[in-house]
Design a protein around this ligand. Sequence first.
Ligand SMILES: C[S@@+](CC[C@H](N)C(=O)[O-])C[C@H]1O[C@@H](n2cnc3c(N)ncnc32)[C@H](O)[C@@H]1O
Length: 211
Amino acid sequence: MTSASLSHDLAGTYDRLAANYDKLHQRWLRHAGGEAQAALEAIVRALVATDTNLLDAGCGTGAFARSLIAEGMSPAHITLLDPSQAMLERCIDTNARQVNGRLETLPFESQTFDVVTCAWALETAQDQELALRELCRVVRRRGVFCLVFCAEKPTRDLAEWLSRLAVTLRGTGQFLSCELVINILRRSGEFEVRAVPTNGPAAALLARRLF
Ligand SMILES: C[S@@+](CC[C@H](N)C(=O)[O-])C[C@H]1O[C@@H](n2cnc3c(N)ncnc32)[C@H](O)[C@@H]1O
């Protein structure tokens, strides 16, 4: 499960997109990925407590962390990881810890975080299986991993279809098989995995570490 066809200079791609990223991403959420994003946000909001240690991997401009902090979560408990320096620079105002890094080689000890989120970043990992193993590795016992990604699912209307085409043409993602991702997450036997029902070409998964 690799994405050799995607740009190898991902950090450069996102450095160039950073200034316009929020506007482009809002379009994707409005027309296609909104249900999956809402599912992820609802799950995380239900799980976080004042002392929850959270990693947002592939954090982009830090919008999700910013909303959690606005709702009372301490930035001291949030780690933001991204390979694009321009994206990380847009996260500075959050005061959360910023780490330049990739999903495939997470620079953290095993079982460090209570909650790990990864929204719309797995699609561009060069080796998605390795990225998923890494994301699972850093989740604590009884902790959770929440993931949303562009998925190979039927589009319902023209707006979804066009949004999907825009992502493909921009080279910022590919549409992954939900079953394949679930199978990788289940393979170790350490995670209970649930798919949250959503419509459109996007998926939301919740994986809980059992031991
Ligand atoms: C589509 S944006 C999503 C940003 C944010 N999670 C959100 O929901 O708005 C993808 C982000 O993932 C980052 N990214 C892409 N490939 C990555 C990888 N292999 N490891 C970590 N981050 C990656 C990009 O730099 C970019 O900031």
